[in-house]
Design a protein around this ligand. Structure first.
Ligand code: ZN
Length: 217
């Protein structure tokens, strides 16, 4: 085993993307009989994965290249476990940080702060029963942004604005400054369960757009 210090370079959404590609390849191996089709699929999967990391360390390229050698589900899970070590975790969040991000919310707490697996989060999201609002914390360009809004469960499945998954969604309504004293209400359907949402996210584009659009601070 190589005991070299591991330098995380992969965002959780990028990890999710590669996971989807790898699982897709495993599926193809069981359903597609045509070798040329498999070959083409391998090539395009790898290309898509490498495109995510244009300035990747040359030493890490073999790690990604190995994804095309995977044929079985067991191998895939083993590989993903190894890849997992390279995922950049979400920044540690203290209760003080939460208060700073949401100065108007008194005594706001992230539930289960100690239990959150920060490794696989593109954003932290939770529903606060006391204020009946949903809170999101996202890091953009090294800065933490906090968004909050009312949240109404829709009790049905729909496409989530953030992860693009088909999940149980609810309406997130927030106020956006549109002038000096004027505000605009904006509503978006997002996943009820933020853990599921984070798991689904294979690109951050929509999350970043969402934060930019609704930026409140
Ligand atoms: Zn979602």
């Amino acid at each position: 085993m190589n005991k070299k210090h591991i330098q995380p370079f992969m965002r959780p959404d990028q990890f999710n993307f590669i996971r989807a590609q790898v699982r897709n390849l495993v599926d193809a191996h069981t359903t597609v009989k045509d070798e040329d089709v498999i070959k083409a699929l391998k090539f395009s999967s790898l290309e898509k994965a490498l495109t995510l990391f244009p300035s990747i360390d040359k030493e890490l390229e073999p790690l990604l290249n190995r994804m095309v050698e995977i044929e079985k589900a067991v191998e895939a899970e083993k590989y993903l476990e190894e890849l997992n070590a390279y995922v950049i975790p979400f920044r540690n969040i203290s209760e003080k940080t939460v208060q700073k991000l949401f100065p108007k919310a008194k005594k706001l707490k992230i539930p289960f702060l100690e239990e959150i697996d920060f490794k696989h989060l593109s954003y932290i999201g939770w529903y606060d029963i006391r204020s009946s609002r949903k809170y999101l914390i996202v890091e953009i360009d090294g800065k933490l942004k906090g968004l909050s809004g009312t949240f109404q469960e829709s009790n049905r499945k729909g496409i989530c604005t953030l992860c693009n998954g088909y999940e149980e969604v609810g309406l997130f309504m927030s106020k956006v400054k549109s002038g000096k004293e004027t505000y605009l209400s904006r509503g978006n359907y997002i996943c009820q369960d933020s853990q599921t949402c984070n798991q689904n996210m294979t690109t951050r584009t929509k999350l970043d757009d969402f934060v930019t659009l609704l930026n409140q601070n």
